[in-house]
Design a protein around this ligand. Structure first.
Ligand code: HEM
Length: 54
């Protein structure tokens, strides 16, 4: 049950990160600044994830 709760938390938490201020969050996660280039950050994020969700 606690593992399911944690998985549920991660799904909601990461969904909110991707829904609210998507561009700033991708820049912050990948390049460490929300003033970095969005397309560079998005390209690195897609390459690092293999273009998939997993
Ligand atoms: C006890 C568990 C956790 C708490 C209390 C927590 C809390 C937070 C908070 C407060 C932020 C905003 C930070 C900021 O804007 O500076 C954040 C961002 C984030 N969290 Fe969590 N988090 C937890 C676990 C996780 C887990 C397990 C994952 C993924 C597997 C995750 C993924 C992220 C991501 C991707 C961001 C966005 C970071 C960014 O924009 O730079 N978090 N979390």
């Amino acid at each position: 049950m606690s593992l399911l709760a944690f998985i549920g938390f991660i799904i909601i938490h990461v969904s909110l990160v991707l829904i609210v201020h998507f561009q700033n969050n991708i820049r912050d996660i990948v390049l460490g600044s929300d003033r970095a280039n969005f397309w560079l950050a998005l390209g690195i994020a897609i390459a690092a994830s293999g273009g998939q969700s997993g």
